[in-house]
Write a protein that binds this ligand. Structure first.
Ligand code: IPM
Ligand code: MG
Length: 367
């Protein structure tokens, strides 16, 4: 079998620190499990702007289109706050998503047993929580035209457009139904069909796709009520499918239910390539955390679990993904905590690389 190609884009802030731990784990799977990766590394975000004057160089974009999977750390930082909108670090990420056509963004919100006390909700509301938000990622108000700030009479008007075609809704709905089939066979679709035409169409198309998945129990909720239900009793959900903007909000909300934004991975998947693998980018849900960058305080787990998602969704290695997830579970059960997870009496934080060491030790033990 030819080597698997991976493009690593550590990005800004804590991105490089957490990605350094992932690199060690990638090497471990090469040395111990026969998963040989060709890894290349490049810039995205503010660091790319510093070097090239753009948050994503065309060569990096071209490379991302060729590899089996892209792994991204995080982008952004206060240093770049005043940059023109068109070259802000986030634009690099948005360009990758758009040009790779990564329409299905999978954001699991899972509560680790050892961390159920960290949630702002009562323990019994979140213990054992395991839901998956599927966010549409390449359309909607993030990309709709017209957009801009225009003169209108004697003032300016800011315009963004929520726009969805039937085929865009159809393909993300199918991705969500496919996932639901492999999980608890329940799918809840969220929109605002009570006020938005795009929401009416969304509901209609998701319902139509549902006819092809009779085993999946489909329900619909207005997105505001969905937010309320997510905080009231999140365990009523299995898979949620929603648009780009609602998905941005609801996935942050769902992440915080688990008490640990520093723990949550994501996968952004597109259509299959010639080799049958989907176009794919994996990244932690958390941001670049510039306030703690460079201090060894960052939690590498979200980025490590993003690599586990790559093993599962790009490399057909679900067993190896589970091995890695179990290693993470085990170190948490052992009581290891990075600084973001403190709160328990008498617990000393471990550093980013000590967390990496512990996960590697658990992997060794599993081999
Ligand atoms: C996310 C982030 C991004 C988004 C930003 C960084 C552009 O919030 O991935 O959820 O809004 O999609
Ligand atoms: Mg977000």
């Amino acid at each position: 079998m030819s080597n698997l190609s991976l493009l690593i884009l550590p990005g800004d802030g804590i991105g490089p620190e957490v990605m350094a731990e992932v690199s060690r784990i990638i090497d471990w799977f090469g040395a111990h499990r026969g998963l040989k990766f060709d890894v290349s590394e490049d810039l995205v975000g503010g660091c790319a702007y510093d070097k090239h004057g753009a948050p994503l160089h065309d060569d990096t974009m071209a490379r991302a289109q060729e590899v089996d999977a892209v792994l991204l750390g995080a982008v952004g930082g206060p240093k770049y706050d005043d940059l023109d909108f068109s070259v802000k670090p986030e634009r690099g990420l948005l360009r990758l998503r758009k040009e790779m056509d990564l329409f299905a963004n999978l954001r699991p919100a899972q509560c680790f047993d050892a961390l159920a006390d960290f949630s702002s909700l009562k323990k019994d509301v979140v213990a054992g929580l395991d839901i998956m938000i599927v966010r549409e990622l390449t359309s909607g108000v993030y990309f709709g035209e017209p957009r801009g700030i225009f003169e209108e009479g004697n003032e300016r008007v800011g315009i963004n457009t929520q726009r969805y075609t039937e085929s865009e809704i159809d393909r993300v709905a199918r991705a969500a139904f496919d996932l639901a089939m492999k999980r608890g066979r329940k799918l809840c679709s969220m929109e605002k069909a009570n006020v938005m035409e795009s929401g009416i169409l969304w509901r209609e198309v998701v319902t139509r796709v549902g006819a092809d998945y009779p085993e999946v129990e489909l329900s619909h909720m207005y997105a505001d009520a969905g937010a309320m239900q997510l905080t009231r009793w999140p365990k009523q959900f299995d898979v949620i499918v929603t648009d780009n903007l609602f998905g941005d909000l609801l996935s942050d909300l769902a992440a915080m239910l688990t008490g640990s934004l520093g723990m949550l991975p994501s996968a952004s998947l597109g259509a299959p390539m010639a080799n049958g693998r989907p176009k794919a980018l994996y990244e932690p849900v958390h941001g670049s955390a510039p306030d703690i960058a460079g201090q060894g305080k960052a939690n590498p787990i979200a980025c490590i679990l993003s690599f586990a998602m790559a093993l599962r969704y790009s490399f057909d290695a679900a067993g190896e993904a589970e091995r890695l997830e179990q290693a993470v579970n085990a170190v948490l059960a052992d009581g290891l905590r990075t600084a973001d997870l403190l709160g328990e009496e008498g617990v000393q934080p471990v550093t980013t690389s000590e967390m990496g060491d512990a996960i590697l030790a658990r992997l060794d033990a599993s081999d």
